[in-house]
Design a protein around this ligand. Sequence first.
Ligand code: SF4
Length: 285
Amino acid sequence: MPCEIRHAEARGILTPTCGFIAEAGFTHSLSPARNCTFGCTYCYVPTMGIYGGLKPADWQHWGRFTTFKANAAELLEKALRPDQIIYCSPLVDPYQPAEAEERLMPRMLDALIAHPPRVFVIQTRGPLILRDLEKLEALNALTRLRVSFSITTDRDDVRQLYEPLCASIPERICVVRRLRERGIATYATLAPLLPSNPEELVDMVIEATDRDIVADPFHVRAIKRSGATTRHAARRISEKRGYIQWHEPEFQAEMVERMRRRAERAGRRFGTGTRAFGWLAEVNP
Ligand code: SF4
């Protein structure tokens, strides 16, 4: 699907962290673009308003275009330091569909290879990451590179409802396997937890990865009183399709507990919130 690509000069590229990401242990976040052409129905980013430099057009037309930071690679080259623990990205998928044409990430990876930070985490759901395998392997030899790959459900019919522009679940599992085969630490991140069979989802990712499992249910106001939350579009889908319990804290806790038991029986850590996201930032795991 064609995506509208815009460009803007950025003043900075590495942002000192605060809140959830800082509590997890990251020192900086890196967002190569504003607005994400995956356009997931639940994405919490547009609910943050102007946070992170978002403009009104971004949250009003989430996913319909993206604005790349034209000078991102040059800025990154100058901003990198060896003690940084960087999360890429809390605001956009670095391997969103528009990146296929833009090819910004290879230039970012070149800057990282030239000046490796202490830890670099890529949060994505995009099979496009495989395009950059050689550069990822080079970076992996120089720093603690981790890929946190989003696997949101075991059911592709559910995936199509909530994230129709994302790759299918079987394709994502193949990408996780390919990254793992190339020696890259690849985590399955079950966030947000979409309607699924909890045991089958855990079994699927245990088979694909050799890492701990990070999860997070839909953000809901009953628990998270302020800040980013689930977009209404996802809640409307859940109401219409009979999945509204996946937004209810008690049901969420029950699903998380079932998944935790299944994962721990297989010898894996399973967690949610900053504790689990913190595993991605660990300097000495
Ligand atoms: S891939 Fe991530 S950042 Fe992009 S729309 Fe989906 S949830 Fe939001």
